[in-house]
Design a protein around this ligand. Structure first.
Ligand code: ZN
Length: 159
C-alpha cells in the first residue's frame, strides 16, 4: 500500500535571525521569524510525512505554546517523525521539495541540504530532491519578506 503526503510552510523573514534550511545553516542577511529555528523546508517535509501517515500536522505535535520548543532545532522534529514512520511500519520511498525564496540561492546549498535530510530520514540521497524557486519579485516572497516551502512524499506500508 502506498500513501502520498503534501506539506507546505511559510515564514516571515526578518533581520538578525539565522537561516536554517534542511538542518543546514546558510549565510543570509535575514532569517525566518519563528518559535523554533523556523526551518521552513523541514516543517513542510514533516507535514508531508505526517499527512501521508494520516496524522495531525506538525503544529499539533510540536505546539508554539510549548516553551520546550522555543528555538528548537527543527531537524529534531523530523528525526522524531522519521522514528514514527518506522514504528508505524512505513518506508519513505521518495521525497520531493521546493523552497520558494528570493535569497539565499538554493542551488549553491542543494547538496548539503540533501545530505542533511538523508542522514535524518535514513534514506538514500537519490530519493530526495530539493529545488529552489524565486517568486519573480512578486508578492511578499518576491519582496524578500517571506520564505516558503512545499514537499511531497511517497510512503510504502511494509508488513
Ligand atoms: Zn514553520
Amino acid at each position: 500500500m502506498m500513501k502520498i503526503g503534501i506539506g507546505y510552510d511559510i515564514h516571515r523573514l526578518v533581520p538578525g535571525r539565522k537561516m536554517v534550511l534542511g538542518g543546514v545553516e546558510i549565510e543570509s542577511p535575514k532569517g525566518p521569524e519563528a518559535h523554533s529555528d523556523g526551518d521552513v523546508l523541514i516543517h513542510a517535509i514533516c507535514d508531508a510525512i505526517l499527512g501521508a501517515m494520516g496524522e495531525p500536522d506538525i503544529g499539533t505535535r510540536f505546539p508554539d505554546s510549548d516553551e520546550s520548543f522555543k528555538n528548537a532545532s527543527s531537524i529534531e522534529f523530523l528525526r522524531e517523525i522519521a522514528d514514527l514512520t518506522r514504528l508505524a511500519k512505513y518506508e519513505i520511498l521518495s521525497l520531493d521539495t521546493i523552497v520558494v525564496t528570493e535569497m539565499p540561492k538554493i542551488t549553491e546549498n542543494r547538496t548539503k541540504i540533501i545530505t542533511s535530510i538523508s542522514k535524518v530520514l535514513r534514506i538514500s540521497k537519490d530519493n530526495i530532491n530539493v529545488k529552489g524557486k524565486t517568486s519573480e519579485k512578486i508578492g511578499e516572497i518576491g519582496k524578500g519578506l517571506a520564505i516558503a516551502a512545499h514537499a511531497a512524499v511517497l510512503l510504502k506500508k511494509i508488513n
